[in-house]
Design a protein around this ligand. Structure first.
Ligand SMILES: [Fe+2]
Ligand SMILES: [Fe+2]
Length: 381
């Protein structure tokens, strides 16, 4: 991390000068695909508090009480007996974007590695893409498990320690259900994507408790909530649909936990301290955008990765998906004062990434009420 005195360059923050330098993005690869464990030093003190007054922070207390009642069991509450035909699921997904004529609608693939592809290869890439996506969700969920256990130790407020302890249980359940879905219903795993791994390592290594929240609850989980929502809407597979719906109910609380905690804390920070948070948010945004290029999928399909990524980045589905990923992050950063504090540095960065248009969308401070399981029937609980 940069110190507060210096202005960081892109090179220092994300390891390259040009944010859109695809060659540099693809040079970051996971070189430890066979490791079984991975150690990160977390640089943090465990903080006891002797102030046990429950409810001193009413919004966090309310969230904690909601979370206790919203627990579900990943083994017994989901219809695991559902038969999943992955090929049919992929075909149904692709039909929504291309009228069933291959994966590149209205797109000229002549002269590209895709020129000779038939429906068979397009279905295979859809299958690999699903294996990859769910694998990355699973790895990200483990990141959330570790980060939230760390927050239990490091946050100084008892209401936040209480709430975070419920999130630890939620994240264990999420890792469990994604792992089971991959094992029983899909057809292969992928190791963690290098960009996601760099981001999780940076979040865990930062000893300041608010940086854990910013990296995980605001950035990673904000993106996850949007990505799960997109997939939940698109998929026709009933088990995955229900799994995602249950996970989203939890994730909406987690993002709210980040927004509600950091809102209070960031009001007291100095401009240079806020600037460090802005840079951290930007680094996280770029790393997450990079990871969604799915470079490992193209590698496994045996096509030149750079050509494939450049082509896919221009497809309507990818462009829509890329933008949607930031639909929660940008309004939440705005609510926390991160967009415009100082010289509006983060606003400019989000403009460059092409995602600033979400700034006035609803933030996620309260969304958990409408996403709670049963909220649809009970009229918002
Ligand atoms: Fe989660
Ligand atoms: Fe979460």
């Amino acid at each position: 991390m940069a110190t507060t005195e210096e202005i960081s360059t892109n090179q220092q923050m994300i390891g390259r000068q040009d944010v859109n330098d695809i060659r540099a993005i693809l040079e970051v690869t996971n070189t430890d695909v066979d490791e079984l464990t991975h150690a990160v030093t977390d640089h943090a003190d465990a903080i006891f508090t002797w102030d046990y007054e429950k409810g001193a922070r009413p919004a966090l207390d309310k969230l904690y009480e909601k979370a206790k009642k919203a627990q579900w069991n990943g083994q017994t509450d989901l219809p695991w007996a559902t038969e999943v035909d992955q090929e049919q699921v992929v075909i149904a997904n692709q039909m929504q974007f291309n009228d069933g004529n291959g994966a590149m609608p209205e797109f000229d693939v002549s002269g590209t590695p895709f020129e000779r592809w038939t429906e068979k290869e397009w279905i295979q890439v859809g299958i690999e893409s699903q294996n990859w996506t769910l694998s990355q969700f699973m790895h990200g969920e483990q990141g959330a498990l570790i980060c939230t256990a760390k927050i239990v130790e490091t946050v100084p407020w008892v209401d936040a320690k209480y709430y975070a302890s419920t999130q630890v249980m939620d994240e264990a359940r999420h890792v469990e259900v994604f792992a089971r879905y991959l094992d029983e219903k899909l057809s292969g795993h992928y190791p963690i994507n290098a960009h996601l791994k760099l981001l999780l390592d940076d979040i865990v290594a930062d000893g300041r408790w608010d940086m854990t929240y910013l990296g995980m609850q605001i950035m990673v989980e904000g993106l996850a909530l949007a990505a799960f929502g997109f997939m939940h809407q698109m998929t026709t597979e009933p088990l995955l649909k229900q799994l995602l719906r249950y996970v989203m109910a939890d994730e909406a609380r987690h993002v709210a936990f980040g927004v509600l905690s950091l809102k209070e804390y960031y009001e007291q920070l100095s401009a240079p301290e806020i600037r460090e948070r802005q840079e951290f948010a930007f680094e996280a945004a770029v790393r997450m955008r990079d990871r969604f290029l799915q470079q490992e999928v193209w590698d496994r399909m045996g096509v030149p990765v750079k050509d494939a990524v450049e082509l896919v980045m221009r497809t309507p589905m990818q462009q829509m998906f890329q933008m949607m990923l930031f639909s929660k992050i940008v309004p939440n950063c705005k609510k926390l004062g991160l967009l415009d504090t100082g010289d509006a540095w983060l606003r400019e960065r989000f403009q460059e990434l092409g995602v600033i248009q979400f700034e006035d969308w609803q933030d996620t401070g309260e969304e958990y009420e409408s996403l709670a399981i049963g909220a649809e029937e009970a009229g918002n609980n």
